[in-house]
Design a protein around this ligand. Structure first.
Ligand code: FAD
Ligand code: S2G
Ligand code: ZN
Length: 549
């Protein structure tokens, strides 16, 4: 984890590295792409060289912005000849440090490759370039063809289709449409030697050899650069119904999930099934600006969305599930949105947690798959992490909301919504597909002071909070306590239902423990594929796998 101080040192050394960049590289790149497509000066490069969390990234040798597959191939050939490593970048919203350069690397941004090549009306396949933004492309598809991209995530405004494919992004609709492997029909990619491989086709079925395009789904830029993608796109549901329910305990949540996913539940109208614990709702409301969704704070809040061509089936099904869950005492109460505005407000609670966490201070993120029984509740990963932190950190560092018996505090979370400071561990995520986002939040006093007028004095009343540079130290101590302890716990208790990285990928931040979810044979196969496709190890080296083999 790089604190600002270390980075400054690195920057200092990097600027010296500039003088030692391979001779002729920059002039050659400028000749290939045009001067305006090649950045080498500090501040114009900054936004490309810092990750979204502000935790990773060093200064690149150069940032290049090709506008065509041919230009991408030419850049790759030049870097390959001069043996200069390349980092492809889409929207730079990745959360594992994989989309930003280390010193001595060239950052290749796909931002200028943002054309929709075509939409095939017969097969309902969209062919778009890698730099197309998810939200913009989805809106165009809905408007022009009443179809949608089968993917939705809070970073949709910035993330790109190439980045989505390369991280095998999950998001909130996996429970309806599956992951991107279900919708990617083919990619166009540039290999490490500059070879362009065109796998773009609109045939829904093609069995003429290895399904090699799927190698690039989740490869995080380590096997080739995706320049275009062919996606099967479903009809955009005309109607949706959204509800939020409060549950008193995890057993209730589990039974509600089984109900919602069952044959008498949302069935074919299932669209999203998310959960938040009390601390996550506190984050969203106190720091994320979301409106309190229910009459009081429950240990768990579940968001359900049904979607279909006709309004009656999705709203009837949703109502039936919510009412039955209350009758069966799985849920205590529930609200069904009665307007688009209210639907947006309920979703805002869920979608604002990530940003809220960054506003409160520093964070340690875990994005894991784990069986429901081990996700939350007294036997779950979140309580286990809290208990572990209570043992590892100095007394008084933990906020009350992180006390081990937090689960039992009905209406738990902060004391009446006032953030008392201290380290919090919150759990939320895509409960419908077993994906938990476990986040530890280390409060920054300086950020509290940035709160809306009058709020900051109520915040952190008396409890511990840090100002930099102590914040960096507290951050690394919490990270050291949780990593790899939580991934090991997940692996030990989750069996084959566990993965130490569910949807964000490995990048650099999970390198040290990704092996917990990769068997020996898998590791061997992955290294053979990497050696075959990138023998000089120039494509995103040291991401996904260490390079020391
Ligand atoms: P980048 O961050 O630019 O790159 C990601 C990785 O892909 C890097 O390793 C990069 O080298 C590689 N890459 C990018 N483009 C290409 C290309 N064309 N060819 C080859 N390699 C490439 N992720 C989820 O899965 N689910 C979520 O619910 C989710 N929610 C998020 C919410 C917020 C607020 C934020 C900030 C992020 C969230 N993410 C989520 C993470 C992130 O948005 C996804 O991983 C997304 O797919 C990254 O897309 P991008 O275009 O920003 O890629
Ligand atoms: C989400 C975003 C990252 C995080 O909100 O679904 O994938 O850990 C996450 O908040
Ligand atoms: Zn997620």
């Amino acid at each position: 984890m790089q604190s600002a101080r270390t980075l400054a040192r690195a920057r200092g050394s990097i600027s010296r590295a500039m003088s030692t960049s391979p001779s002729g590289l920059v002039p050659r790149l400028e000749q290939l792409l045009g001067r305006d497509a090649v950045l080498t000066q500090g501040d114009s490069m900054d936004k490309y060289c810092r990750d979204w969390l502000g935790q990773y990234g060093e200064r690149a040798l150069a940032v290049v912005r090709p506008n065509s597959t041919e230009q991408v191939a030419a850049v790759v050939r030049a870097c390959s000849e001069l043996k200069v490593p390349l980092v492809p970048q889409g929207g730079n919203t990745g959360l594992v440090g994989g989309s930003v350069p280390r010193s001595g690397e060239v950052l290749l941004s796909l931002e200028r490759m943002h054309s929709v090549r075509f939409f095939d009306q017969d097969s309902n396949v969209l062919v778009a370039e890698a730099g197309c933004r998810l939200q913009e492309t989805d809106e165009w598809l809905r408007r022009e063809h009443s179809r949608c991209i089968p993917l939705d995530l809070a970073a949709k405004g910035s993330c790109t289709l190439g980045g989505n494919v390369s991280t095998a992004a999950g998001g909130v609709h996996v429970v309806r449409w599956g992951g991107l492997h279900s919708s990617v029909l083919g990619v166009e990619a540039v290999l490490a030697d500059g070879t362009v491989v065109d796998g773009i086709r609109t045939a829904r079925k093609s069995n003429t050899g290895y399904h090699w395009s799927h190698l690039f789904v989740g490869a995080e830029g380590t096997l080739g650069i995706v320049t275009a993608v062919a996606l099967a796109v479903p009809p955009a549901p005309r109607n949706r119904a959204v509800a939020m329910v409060g549950c008193a305990d995890w057993e209730g949540v589990r039974r509600l999930v089984h109900r919602a996913l069952g044959p008498d539940g949302l069935a074919e109208t299932i669209s999203a099934l998310e959960y938040l614990d009390a601390g996550s709702v506190d984050m969203a409301v106190t720091w994320g600006g979301a409106r309190d969704p229910l009459d009081e704070r429950y240990p768990y809040t579940v968001l359900l969305e049904a979607a279909s061509a006709d309004l009656s089936s999705c709203s009837q099904r949703l109502e039936h599930v919510v009412q039955s869950a209350i009758v069966a005492e799985e849920a205590v109460t529930g609200v069904i949105a009665s307007s688009t505005q209210q639907e947006r407000e309920l979703w805002a609670v869920r979608e604002s947690v990530t940003l809220a966490l960054t506003k409160r201070g520093a964070g340690v993120k875990l994005d894991v798959s784990v069986p429901l029984s081990r996700m939350a509740g007294p036997e779950g990963a979140v309580v286990a992490a809290r208990r572990h932190l209570a043992n590892e950190l100095p007394p008084g560092w933990l906020s009350n909301a992180t006390s081990a018996d937090f689960e039992s505090l009905c209406g738990a979370g902060w004391n009446g919504g006032v953030d008392e400071g201290g380290v919090c561990v919150v759990g939320y995520g895509h409960v419908g597909d077993g994906n938990l986002h476990l986040n530890a939040s280390i409060p920054s006093l300086r950020k509290a002071r940035g709160m809306p007028e009058g709020r900051e004095d109520a915040l952190f009343a008396g409890a511990v909070a840090w100002t930099p540079p102590q914040l960096a130290d507290a951050h690394s101590r919490v990270g050291a306590a949780l990593l790899p302890w939580v991934p090991q716990w997940i692996t030990e208790h989750g069996g084959r239902g566990a993965s130490v990285s569910a949807e964000h990928g490995v990048g650099v931040s999970k390198l040290s423990y990704a092996g917990l979810s990769r068997g020996e044979g898998e590791e061997l196969l992955m290294r053979r594929l990497k050696a075959a496709l990138d023998p000089l190890n120039l494509l995103n080296p040291g991401r996904v796998m260490t390079s020391d083999h």
